[in-house]
Design a protein around this ligand. Structure first.
Ligand SMILES: [Zn+2]
Ligand SMILES: [Zn+2]
Length: 118
């Protein structure tokens, strides 16, 4: 399987932060997620799962492609909630700000690490 050329068309790098706010279908819960509007959406508001596709937010520069699952949510006085994601494929930990339409009950539930994905 060396035929990777046709999969990805050559993309030119632009700025470090690329607004990449498109609707997508969540790989975990299968719900359609609409664009966020004010920033790049990087996780599903229903189950908080995400995909390991970025190195810098929105750049889609990581070729890992593993699923990022929420391990814990940290309340932050200034930023609201910080979601700690762990990649199921490569094991890397990422922190993401929650979005305004994230499931608040789920965020609160995950402030207890015992409720996070194992
Ligand atoms: Zn989801
Ligand atoms: Zn990964």
């Amino acid at each position: 399987m060396q035929n990777k050329k046709s999969e990805k068309k050559e993309r030119k790098m632009q700025k470090t932060f690329i607004k990449n706010d498109n609707s997508f279908v969540c790989v975990n819960c299968g719900k359609e997620v609409p664009p966020l509007g004010y920033s790049s959406r990087n996780h599903c508001p229903f189950c908080l799962c995400s995909l390991h596709v970025d190195i810098n937010p929105g750049d889609r520069a990581s070729d890992c492609g593993g699923m990022l699952v929420p391990k814990q949510v940290l309340p932050d006085a200034k930023k609201g909630y910080i979601i700690v994601h762990k990649c199921t494929k490569c094991g890397s930990i990422r922190r993401n700000k929650s979005a305004k339409d994230d499931d608040t009950m789920l965020l609160i539930k995950l402030t207890n690490p015992d409720n996070g994905w194992k």
